[in-house]
Design a protein around this ligand. Structure first.
Ligand SMILES: NC(=O)c1ccc[n+]([C@@H]2O[C@H](COP(=O)([O-])OP(=O)(O)OC[C@H]3O[C@@H](n4cnc5c(N)ncnc54)[C@H](O)[C@@H]3O)[C@@H](O)[C@H]2O)c1
Length: 255
């Protein structure tokens, strides 16, 4: 029970890494506010946690909307009395090379993937300070520090998340708020599966991508969730401003 009694918000918890994280957080004793703009999926995650004996409440929010972001923090405080942990995990992925990226697509990606993280931090930090501190985990990606020609706007947003994490860690460390980010390589979720499905031969593409990893496979969502648990827990009490790479050895090689 690494997170016993910790009040935790997980955004994008209706699917993939967020869903797995909400489940693992609850298994570790956290009281979880499950946030997603997909009401059915978010409510289902909360229900699954409760059926397994954990504690969870679903809260609708579009993380790119300031009122929703503030309301999600208020929900945690009103329902459970305080806020200890925020996992800013929600994001969208739209493929396009730089010059082919429509302005609207650029704006949508920055709104959800970067502004959404900013808004989560903006409203969670004061609530955490009132409670003596807390831990924020921002979801970045290896694409925040290496490029993908077909995901230009996504790469830019994830790079922004890494920089925002460092600025925030410096700003609020003195008040006991730790802020770190996670940089996974490919993770086997609907988002990654959609990417594979765009290829004429999805299974071949999956094999090809897996072969680039030192571990010769992509991650499972629970493996990423375990990194989030570490950063949320007191086991990481001296870790802040860090960029935690969890990529099976993808980005350590040159050739
Ligand atoms: N899957 C990968 O290969 C991979 C790799 C690196 C980083 N990531 C990052 O991990 C995070 C989770 O990705 P995933 O693969 O689990 O994706 P996913 O698509 O399976 O799940 C994302 C969830 O976020 C929700 N969501 C999206 N926009 C939202 C918004 N504005 N407000 C509220 N909810 C919203 C969706 O409804 C969905 O339930 C993302 O930040 C993604 O960029 C994923």
């Amino acid at each position: 029970m690494k997170l016993k009694g910790k009040v935790t918000i997980v955004t994008g918890a209706g699917s993939g890494i967020g869903k797995a994280s909400a489940g693992v957080f609850a298994e570790e004793g956290a009281l979880v506010v499950v946030v997603d703009w997909n009401k059915e999926a978010g409510a289902q995650t909360a229900e699954t946690i409760r059926q397994a004996g954990g504690e969870a409440t679903y809260c609708y929010a579009d993380v790119s909307n300031a009122q929703d972001a503030e309301a999600m923090v208020n929900t945690a405080v009103e329902r459970y009395g305080r806020l200890d942990v925020l996992f800013n995990n929600a994001a969208i992925q739209i493929m396009a090379k730089l010059a082919d990226t429509e302005e609207d697509v650029w704006d949508r990606i920055q709104r959800v993937n970067l502004k959404g993280v900013f808004l989560g931090c903006k409203y969670a930090i004061p609530a955490m300070i009132r409670n003596g501190g807390g831990s924020i985990i921002n979801m970045a990606s290896v694409l925040g520090f290496v490029g993908d020609p077909d995901l230009a706007a996504y790469c830019a947003a994830k790079g922004g998340v890494i920089a925002l994490t460092k600025a925030g860690a410096l700003g609020y460390g003195p008040q006991g708020v730790r802020i770190n980010c996670i940089c996974p390589g490919d993770v086997d979720t609907p988002l990654a599966q959609e990417y594979f499905q765009k290829d004429a031969d999805p299974e071949r593409l999956r094999q090809e991508i897996s072969s680039k990893y030192a571990l010769r496979r992509i991650a499972g969502p629970r493996e990423v969730a375990q990194m989030a648990v570490f950063l949320a827990s007191d086991a990481s009490s001296f870790v802040t401003g860090s960029t935690m790479v969890i990529d099976g050895g993808l980005t350590v090689k040159c050739y």
